[in-house]
Design a protein around this ligand. Structure first.
Ligand SMILES: Cc1cc2nc3c(=O)[nH]c(=O)nc-3n(C[C@H](O)[C@H](O)[C@H](O)COP(=O)(O)O)c2cc1C
Length: 379
């Protein structure tokens, strides 16, 4: 466990921008040139929940590394250039949350005080919510703070205690900002929060801690090293019954951009790709109507031909395919009866599709989808 942690620490201390200087990628083939002595390329694979699943390390030959940016079974990969002699990143760049950040409120609450604050934050920001629930619930005996035999007391004074969490955050990668809430137990965050932080990759995310307590202030010093590469904002303590207005005042004072929900009417949907949101207009046909019934959904779309991302749905949609002649950047099409395609370039085609809709303003779409596979949320 410790070795895995050290490795995750090492990985997470640097970001993909470290590779800006000498990297080129063609499909999954990666070439890094001018690698300094001791430099090695680490390609890390992450599962759907954003957890490290596997990794490969490539050494240079004559200052050049040739590598494959793919890990079997991984939902996403990241590349890191690492100085193995110094055990330090070769380059580091600071990451800030982008405008229109996607947010999550993750919190543990035993007697529902923190739960109330988490609800206010989710309501104010539109953030998704994830309650951190222990697999084994804490018993009423924890009310007796001073009893050294209670589970909470024993865990809080045991450095290695990591109580198991029930369930996982779906697609943690999509979140730029994570509000992290907990009660104060014996002056610190409950060990369940330690488990949570060690379960995901927080590199590049902004973590905003908040707590409730009887009187103690928030303590995050011991949490920060558990989420390496994260940008931690100052924490805030609330009393259990803090009002929505109090919470809102705090949220508004934070250095984060709150995502404006684009207005969605009956024939509209939103595609969210990384931090970018695109409004699309649906066609007035049976295909679009059935597609809309599937929303919201997040599709891990595959790259094809440098102009489209596609995903095969589990079931079929009604189709009435014809050859459109020209595919326009931003077209959302059905190929066959189950393959959803988002086109990010304009070109002529000889294939037939059923049109589902079109992104109203596709400027920035190509940059948002990038050159590889990409997760797209439709809602
Ligand atoms: C085991 C335990 C330890 C606690 N330790 C502290 C403490 O050190 N300082 C404090 O001010 N409050 C302490 N409290 C009180 C809680 O922090 C407070 O009631 C909090 O609002 C509970 O949040 P929750 O309802 O979300 O679980 C403790 C409560 C429990 C159950």
């Amino acid at each position: 466990m410790k070795r895995v942690l050290i490795f995750i620490l090492a990985l997470a201390l640097i970001c993909t921008n470290a590779l800006a200087a000498g990297i080129s990628q063609n499909g999954t083939s990666v070439t890094v040139t001018d690698v300094p002595e001791g430099g090695k390329l680490i390609i890390a694979g992450y599962d759907e929940a954003g957890r490290l699943s596997a990794s490969r390390i490539y050494a240079p030959e004559n200052g050049t590394i040739n590598a494959e940016n793919s890990i079997s079974g991984a939902a996403k990969t990241k590349m890191f250039l690492w100085d193995m002699n110094m055990l330090a990143p070769i380059e580091m760049t600071e990451q800030q949350p982008s405008a229109g950040s996607k947010m999550l409120v993750a919190y543990f609450s035993w007697t529902n005080n923190t739960d109330g604050i988490a609800n206010h934050i989710a309501d104010i920001t539109g953030a998704d919510k994830f309650e951190i629930v222990p697999v084994e619930p804490y018993g009423e005996e924890n009310n007796n703070y001073y009893d050294e035999n209670t589970r909470a007391y024993k865990e809080q004074y045991d450095n290695s205690a990591r109580p198991e969490i029930s369930g996982t955050v779906a697609n943690m990668e999509q979140y730029d900002v994570v509000f992290l809430g907990f009660p104060i137990w014996y002056g610190k965050a409950p060990k369940l929060i330690y488990t949570f932080l060690e379960s995901y990759d927080f590199e590049g995310k902004t973590v905003v801690p908040f707590c409730t307590s009887g009187s103690s202030g928030i303590s995050t010093r011991e949490l920060v090293p558990l989420a390496p590469g994260a940008n931690w904002l100052d924490g805030r303590r609330f009393s259990g019954g803090a009002s929505r207005d109090t919470v809102e005042e705090w949220v508004n004072s934070l250095d984060i951009e709150i995502e404006e929900e684009p207005e969605v009417t009956d024939n509209k949907m939103t595609l969210t790709i990384g931090g970018a949101a695109f409004t699309a207009t649906l066609e007035d046909n049976a295909t679009a109507a059935e597609f809309k019934k599937l929303l919201p959904m997040t599709l891990d779309m595959s790259e094809l031909n440098g102009n489209e991302k596609y995903y095969y749905l589990d079931g079929n949609l009604p189709s009435a395919a014809s050859n459109p002649g020209t595919i326009h950047e931003g077209d959302i099409m059905l190929y066959g009866s189950s393959c959803v395609v988002v086109f990010y370039k304009t070109f002529n085609t000889s294939y037939s599709y059923t049109k589902i809709g079109h992104i109203d303003d596709p400027a920035g779409l190509a940059a948002a989808v990038g050159s590889g596979n990409v997760s797209v949320e439709f809602k």
